[in-house]
Design a protein around this ligand. Structure first.
Ligand SMILES: Nc1ncnc2c1ncn2[C@@H]1O[C@H](COP(=O)(O)OP(=O)(O)O)[C@@H](O)[C@H]1O
Ligand SMILES: [Mg+2]
Length: 587
């Protein structure tokens, strides 16, 4: 995909911006680059001396001198190449490290709405794949391009200096030799990229199947999987076969054209040597420079494709960095919450639709006041908008009209960080992270002591099962708490919420994940958690609604009734029905 000029400019700007701090290294790299190119070019002159003065005159002294000079040049070249390679690669790695950090720092602050329309996976690939492309380009390709441009220029000049007549022949011959090589080279590279993608397909296919092995075997799906997998593998082979065929052609053509061209040159030049028009050394130097010019021209034409790929990658990264976060503190009139808040919450005629479906309001005309310290249960059918209300309170999304206030402050006038410090949330699917049990409990307060962690776990009735784990609190959890039951995860999430000790607690009860035993334990943990805080709890259990001061019945994004369990059972049909279905209460 050819990069547009805007993309080129963006990518170039990005590279410059990130390279700028490392001026010293860049200058060093350029010096080393020029130095090594100069030495490589002067090797040709060394070759000429060696042939003309060493071999032709048959003088051992001159041969000694020539070979001595040659070794000096070789050592200088080796040192220069070391410096060049080290500095250039260093810059590439350094710049990519900086870009990765900056992109991640930026991403982690973006509003959750951004991740709804942009799949997390795609962004992950930008962060890894695109920066890797940039790294190879900045750390390798640019250096190849510069070095070969220098060599090409120097080589052509030296060719003309050595022998203008032969040079004219070479200038005509080089494109004829290079063109087919470049043509097949491009094909090979395109196919090898395709082939890598196919290999990745094989990997992800296996990963998916083996990850779901119980389902696969339970449905006796193996024979279909064998067939599908065989297809994936055969596709991979087919791409690989095409690639190696092109590659074989490439090698064959390179040998014929390059060696053929050298042969032709030796013939023309050899005639001149025989006729005494040029020396043997000149011819040797000439062949040397032609090779350099040919190789440089080939390398240059190859890396142009790479540079374009990098421009695409760079432009995508620029686009990520340019994404503004939508949830921000107000530009003017920033307000602050008091140091201790009692936990008043008010929804006032709130309207909201998710950004992905702007014409389908999820919350409509929603007004509700939650008093400081009370426990309010939210009940309603699945999809009524209960979890969405929590998202709005934490300001993960901005409402389209109306107002939400905490402690009398419109939440849009607060710094989101400050707002969120007022809440502790236990969500429906508790999120656990890779790390130890203690790390997970400490999540909201990394400086909490081990004693505090234990106390929170005890209060959440998690202490017992944690103690039974192989390394207790230092047991590492797999990805997303792999290896824990739903109830255990939720108790860890409760411990985490207890530890941050925020004035308002948001609790999204999970029903499906829990067995009766865990439910009982969680039920025991909750009163401790709700004590002295304003609590909003999305309730699926009778014990919870009975414990609540008031119950809000929500349906289709609207508040349809508000009252105590006894009141609602009598007055509200929807509640009575839900109570019967969910809590087994018969009226
Ligand atoms: N991220 C989202 N994007 C678009 N629609 C959503 C999103 N999350 C939830 N919804 C929709 O909003 C409605 C309310 O969802 P939710 O608040 O999760 O319901 P509840 O928690 O009451 O079961 C549902 O119709 C759901 O499909
Ligand atoms: Mg929900």
């Amino acid at each position: 995909m050819p990069a547009s000029s805007t993309q080129n400019r963006q990518a170039f700007g990005l590279a410059l911006r990130f390279i700028a701090p490392y001026r010293g290294q860049v200058i060093g790299a350029l010096l080393a680059l020029t130095f090594t190119a100069g030495i490589t070019l002067s090797l040709g002159q060394g070759l000429r001396l060696l042939v003309d003065q060493g071999f032709a005159t048959r003088s051992p002294d001159l041969l000694n001198q020539s070979v001595g000079l040659f070794f000096i040049l070789v050592v200088a070249l080796a040192i220069g190449t070391f410096a060049r390679f080290y500095l250039v690669s260093w810059i590439g790695e350094r710049v990519v490290a900086d870009i990765r950090k900056q992109v991640f720092d930026h991403l982690i602050d973006l509003h959750p709405g951004f991740y709804e329309s942009n799949r997390g996976l795609e962004i992950q690939s930008r962060l890894t794949a695109d920066t890797t492309v940039l790294q190879s380009v900045i750390g390798t390709t640019v250096s190849i391009a510069l070095r070969n441009a220098l060599m090409l220029l120097g080589g052509v000049i030296l060719l003309f200096v050595t022998n203008p007549k032969l040079t004219s022949i070479v200038m005509i011959a080089i494109p004829l030799v290079i063109a087919p090589i470049v043509f097949f080279g491009r094909r090979v590279r395109k196919l090898s990229r395709l082939s890598q993608d196919r290999v990745a397909d094989v990997g992800s296919y296996v990963g998916e199947i083996l990850g779901q092995i119980k389902t696969v075997q339970a449905y006796n799906h193996q024979s279909q999987d064998r067939m599908q997998f065989a297809q994936v593998v055969e596709d991979t082979f087919e791409v690989a076969r095409q690639r190696i065929r092109q590659r074989a052609w490439l090698t064959c053509i390179v040998i014929m054209l390059v060696l053929g061209a050298i042969g032709a040159m030796l013939w023309v030049g050899g005639m001149d040597v025989i006729a005494g028009r040029i020396s043997g050394g000149e011819l040797a130097a000439f062949v040397f420079y032609s090779l350099i010019v040919g190789v440089s021209a080939g390398a240059l034409s190859e890396v142009i494709g790479e540079l374009q790929r990098a421009a695409g990658a760079g432009a995508r990264i620029v686009e990520l960095l340019r994404t503004e976060r939508e949830i921000r503190p107000p530009a003017t009139d920033l307000r602050h919450l008091p140091a201790t808040i009692s936990g008043n919450i008010a929804f006032d005629q709130v309207q909201f639709a998710y950004p992905t479906r702007p014409d389908a309001p999820v919350i409509s005309d929603f007004s509700l006041t939650v008093r400081a310290g009370e426990t309010l249960a939210l009940v309603g059918p699945s999809g009524a908008g209960k979890s969405t209300l929590f998202d709005l309170l934490l300001r993960f999304f901005d409402i389209s009209s109306g107002q939400i206030s905490v402690e009398g402050c419109d939440i849009c006038q607060l710094d989101p960080d400050e707002l969120r410090r007022s809440f502790a949330i236990v969500s429906q699917n508790p999120a656990l992270f890779f790390g130890t049990v203690a790390d997970n409990i400490r999540y909201g307060r990394p400086d909490a002591s081990m004693e505090e962690v234990r106390a929170a776990a005890r209060a959440a009735h998690a202490d017992e099962f944690v103690a039974a784990m192989p390394q207790g609190y230092e047991t590492r959890l797999g990805d997303a708490g792999l290896g824990l039951s739903g109830g255990q995860k939720q108790r860890l999430a409760i411990a985490r919420a207890l530890l941050v000790d925020a004035p308002i607690l948001l609790l999204d009860e999970a029903t499906s994940a829990l067995d009766a035993e865990s439910e009982h334990l969680i039920q025991q943990a909750l009163p401790r958690l709700m004590e002295g805080r304003t609590t909003l709890v999305i309730a699926h259990r009778l014990a919870t609604v009975k414990h609540a001061d008031r119950i809000a019945v929500i349906d289709g994004g609207r508040l349809v009734a508000l009252g105590t369990h006894t009141e609602l059972i009598q007055n509200n049909d929807l509640y009575a029905r839900l109570a019967e279905l969910q809590f087994g209460v018969t009226t």
